[in-house]
Design a binder for this molecule. Sequence first.
Ligand SMILES: [Zn+2]
Length: 393
Amino acid sequence: MAEPSTLLLALLFLAVAAGWVLGRGASGRDDEVDQTPPSQYYLGLNFLLDGEQESALKAFSEALAVNAETFETHITFGSLLRKRGEVDNAIKIHQSLLSRTKLPDAQKNQAHLELAKDFIAAGLLDRAEQLLKDLIDLSEEHEADAKVLLLDVFEASRDWAQARRLGESQLKTALAATVSPTSKAKADKIKARLANYCCEAAEDLEAKKSWALAREEAAEGLRWDDTSIWPHLIMARIDVEEGALKQAFDRLLSAATVAPSRIPEFIDVFRTVCDALDYRSRLIPLVSGFLGDRDDPQLRALLAEEYLAEGRDAEALEIIVEGLDHKPTSALLEKALDLMSEQVSRPEVIKAARKLSAKQSTYLCGVCGFHGPSFYWQCPGCKNWDTLYRPAR
Ligand SMILES: [Zn+2]
């Protein structure tokens, strides 16, 4: 477990003091409240001065009496600990709140929800799932929040069947609401999520070579969201497995037309299909056309590769040099130097360009900034869907 930071302890120290002052303020209404700070408070202070942060944390937590006035302080402190990665301590705080029989049900339910978040953060998904299912039964007020978290649990455990059932029930609720631009946007968001669940299930089946079932799942994904290219890519791969190459080509062509920026994600299968059909030469005019619409360094690099595959090295270099002139990136520079390697007398120049290009992440999330070398439909950082893109590098 991470050592609690001094700042965190200072915050808790203040929280205890604030809690005690609030408790005193409440004493006019409730004579049972003690007029002096609890002894644990002084004990905690001593631990803090002695540098024993763990013990200080425990003492402060115990010193902060739980009542209706200090409840929010406990909740805030618990969630602060969780966000700092000190999940064990957050769990202790929220479990201690749940053990107070005198707390009103609404506050207990809130603590219940926080504890579920702690379990998710700790990777204890089974326990989080049970807590959230209980909370959905117990509290109408927290039902929507609990369902959102439960979806996170199903996604993290890759339980797409349960995720879909829950998503469909959320969609039903959204559609039952009064029609407004907000409710429509919400319903569309749920439908896109349902499409992603179908695609995830389809890819799991694809890995087991259950082609027919995988195709059914992908087709259902498309029914939920006909703007997504993911189902087309899955179905194209299945087409290839089943020998329906022309059908695969048509699907990939329409995916490329809908989302040219995603071509690098399926260029390998696209090239395989084109080679098998003897259509490879069609890729040059296709990619050139997209590049004409939008100067994308990734597409430019792909186009250069296609020229190279046809032995048209001079045109490949020309297209890269043009890119370096308009929108230079380290990847294009590396490609140019590779092509000119015979003319570059110092090999360390080429090595340096390679290093520079490799140092930069291939993918970046537009929402949370997660970056890495592999593509994911769901961002591993923020769990949003379809937010990873290839930055110009
Ligand atoms: Zn993200």
